[in-house]
Design a protein around this ligand. Structure first.
Ligand code: AMP
Length: 260
């Protein structure tokens, strides 16, 4: 496994190899089994697997969330090695912004709704760094988790709109045994809150309406940012013990009243 911190040697290394056979998994590190599933899928489908680890300041609309974001580089590299990663790109902070973020990618419609309505500028930061990373890694395929549903759909939209020669591969959300979606931020939950957090996906899945989900979550002590239905998906964001959690699920199918 080769580890690159600088852009020039990374590009020199990758340019000698076939791009179509390169699978890419972009992350912010603090890797867990959700990331591992993406890496394993990339390993199975490509001749070469590249992983990036970069905590992207511009996508954090909350300074405290950025400062508190977990960094576990040694453990990340261990997981990467075990998953058969060939190339790791872990640039120093802000190395990807020689322009000081003057140039950015904006989606003007969908990115302002849902998660984007609660995190102003978040998806500009995400799309900009993903485009920069695609330029540097030049993958044939890139792997994204359904855990970040709106992000996944915006990346798909960007690839289509900008004619990017990369296939975006959707990967299902990996959950803990109690149903909580794995997230690097879960590590910041107190043991007590970690136990209570399982009520979040449970309420989202069970409630007959978004209003009922919000009520159930509030009763359980969550601060609810939003729960909304979009097509056949239910999406939500809550805060528990100062930690913000997001999730999304296929909408529950309830028996119609006449069928009972
Ligand atoms: P992050 O490091 O949080 O930016 O996530 C990097 C990639 O891993 C994104 O495509 C996420 O959607 C994906 N990911 C994070 N958590 C999970 C999970 N529990 N299941 C599946 N994919 C995930």
């Amino acid at each position: 496994m080769k580890i690159f911190h600088e852009i020039a040697p990374l590009r020199a290394h990758l340019s000698a190899r076939p791009r179509a056979q390169r699978g890419f998994v972009p992350t912010m590190g603090a890797l867990h089994a959700g990331h591992r599933a993406l890496l394993e899928r990339a390993r199975a489908e490509n001749g070469e697997v590249a992983l990036s680890i970069y905590v992207n300041r511009p996508q954090f609309n909350d300074a405290g969330d950025f400062t508190n974001y977990p960094v576990t580089l040694d453990a990340d590299l261990e997981m990467a090695r075990a998953a058969g990663v060939d190339v790791v790109f872990a640039p120093p902070p802000e190395a990807l912004y020689p322009d000081a973020y003057r140039y950015r990618v904006t989606e003007t419609t969908y990115a302002r709704t849902q998660e984007g309505a609660h995190r102003p500028g978040h998806f500009d930061g995400v799309l900009t760094v993903v485009l920069k990373l695609f330029q540097l890694i030049d993958p044939g395929r890139a792997y994204f988790g359904e855990k970040d549903w709106q992000q996944l759909r915006l990346v798909e939209g960007m690839a289509e709109a900008l004619f990017l020669p990369v296939e975006i591969v959707r990967c299902p959300t990996v959950r803990a045994e109690d149903g909580l979606a794995l997230s690097s931020r879960n590590a910041r939950l107190s043991p007590e809150d970690r136990k209570r957090a399982a009520a979040f996906p449970a309420a989202m899945a069970r409630a007959a309406s978004t209003e009922a989900a919000v009520e159930a979550l509030r009763k359980d002590g969550f601060t609810v940012e939003y729960v909304l239905d979009d097509g056949d998906r239910r999406l939500g964001a809550v805060v528990l013990g100062g930690v913000r959690l997001i999730d999304n699920l296929p909408l529950p199918s309830f028996p119609s009243p006449s069928a009972t």
